[in-house]
Design a protein around this ligand. Structure first.
Ligand code: HEM
Length: 437
């Protein structure tokens, strides 16, 4: 067990410093281990330039700092108790956002019941395993098309050519977004979740304008689509959203709710699954024994391998909750109304109290009660079944068609303070070229 390693003083750790997030992944893991063991609810001031809001600090509500929740048990406790720890105060990112920004990018992920439940209810039946059965063929066909393009090349960027297109194509098809708009959707969702990475936010340009521009561009797309679906309803999520609650006016989505829901679905469906697949490729290259176990019995091992990839990658770095009253308890300590709690899922997923040998990437890990999709509670990832399916199908087809695929360099990671997504921008891979089907 790794609990004998005390690698660093917790006083040297500052989760709000962008340089912390640029450190090698294993060093980050060491820091979180130290926090779990020595200061599991450490308090930090908020980042000076909060990369997940990119607003001028003068335009933001005051920064009161946050508690970094690093133990699995505490993350689980907070997630299942929305009455004491809500999602709807200010934001689920570290910094409170001005209301207009929170509305545009937040949607139900930053709401509480009953409003949250009402909005989630509109699309949740489309994301059940049964409903997704209907999608199975199209996920498979889309994965094959992506590999048809990549397989003959022999060397590609895994992110751009393999991991990003699948969730993008699938969520766009589910929403009814035309294929001609895919590049625009990809670019804008990259910007929204890129944590201020200079590649998307060039120094000298106004970051607020870039961020709001990305949101407005998705909004324009939605308005066009919504106008069409009002006249020509189809079997897609956009039609479901605009026709929601037609019988009872109370249930109707306001135009603002409709827009932010659309943005949430597009963005959440894209970045996360791509990040998981890319970390998976990287780990399967670094751990040839695990790769051998997986590829020798793909159908037998894929279910546990997919869960392990999500645990190990923890694609969503964190979500925030806010205390709703004085006297709330976490881990035996008492807190005040308005205190912010940042749930570090990657740390919970390495908690040695829950996972045996947590730093080991083990494609057969079972049980694996990871919290990569969030811990049980009202906000548990709506797309978890879809993400699992996409990952399973892509890994299956990829190892069938280009079995010797391997990463040839370290991943190029997203840069920023407290990035919401544990993102990888590029990962070069190589394989023996094979013809398209
Ligand atoms: C490996 C891929 C994915 C990971 C790791 C992931 C992770 C998460 C996490 C950690 C949360 C927050 C849970 C909480 O606050 O308690 C979440 C929420 C959400 N996810 Fe995912 N997600 C993934 C894929 C997807 C996909 C494919 C979709 C499809 C649309 C999606 C849609 C959503 C939505 C709509 C929410 C908000 C749910 C709510 O507030 O009720 N996710 N996800």
């Amino acid at each position: 067990m790794s609990d004998t390693i005390i690698p660093m003083s917790v006083d040297d750790i500052n989760l709000s410093d962008p340089r912390f997030w640029a450190r090698p992944l294993h060093e980050r893991d060491d820091a979180f281990r130290a926090l779990r063991q020595q200061r599991p609810l450490a308090f930090f001031d908020e980042p000076e330039v909060p990369s997940d809001s990119l607003m001028d600090p003068a335009d933001l509500p005051p920064a009161r700092g946050y508690y970094a929740v690093t133990r699995y048990a505490d993350i689980a406790e907070i997630s299942k108790n929305p009455a004491d720890f809500c999602s709807g105060e200010g934001s689920v990112s570290v910094r409170d956002m001005p209301p207009e920004i929170a509305e545009l990018f937040g949607s139900m992920i930053a709401m509480d019941d009953p409003r949250h439940a009402r909005i989630r209810g509109i699309v949740s039946r489309r994301f059940t395993p049964k409903a997704l059965e209907r999608l199975l063929d199209s996920v498979d066909e889309t994965a094959q098309e992506i590999l048809d393009k990549a397989a003959p090349k022999g060397e590609v960027d895994f992110v751009e050519d393999i991991a990003a297109p699948l969730p993008l194509l699938i969520i766009c098809d589910m929403m009814g977004i035309p294929r001609s708009a895919y590049p625009e959707v990809l670019h804008n969702s990259n910007v929204i979740l890129s944590a201020g990475d200079p590649e998307y936010f060039p120094p000298g340009e106004n970051p607020q304008e870039i961020l709001i521009g990305a949101g407005m561009s998705l909004l324009g797309l939605m308005n066009e689509l919504a106008e069409d679906r009002r006249k020509n309803p189809k079997d897609d999520l956009t039609t479901a959203l605009i026709h929601a609650g037609e019988e009872g006016d109370d249930d109707r989505l306001t135009p603002q709710e409709l827009s932010s829901f659309f943005i949430l679905l597009v963005v959440a469906g894209n970045e996360t699954t791509r990040t998981a697949l890319t970390h998976g490729m990287y780990q399967l290259t670094r751990n040839p024994d695990q790769r051998e176990i997986l590829t020798r019995d793909l159908e037998g091992v894929l279910p546990t391998a997919v869960e392990e990839i999500v645990r190990y990658a923890s694609p969503v770095t964190y979500m925030r909750r806010t205390a709703t009253r004085d006297g709330v308890q976490v881990g035996g300590e008492t807190f005040q109304k308005g205190d912010k709690f940042v749930l570090f899922y990657g740390s919970g997923n390495r908690d040695e109290e829950v996972f045996e040998d947590p730093d080991r990437f083990d494609v057969r890990r079972d049980p694996n009660p990871h919290i990569g999709f969030g811990a049980p509670g009202p906000h548990f990832c709506l797309g978890a079944h879809l993400a699992r399916r996409e990952m399973t199908v892509m890994l299956r087809r990829m190892f069938e068609r280009i079995p010797d695929i391997e990463a040839t360099a370290e991943p190029e990671r997203l840069f920023g303070a407290l990035p919401l997504v544990n993102g990888i921008k590029r990962l070069p891979v190589r394989f023996t070229p094979t013809p398209a089907r």
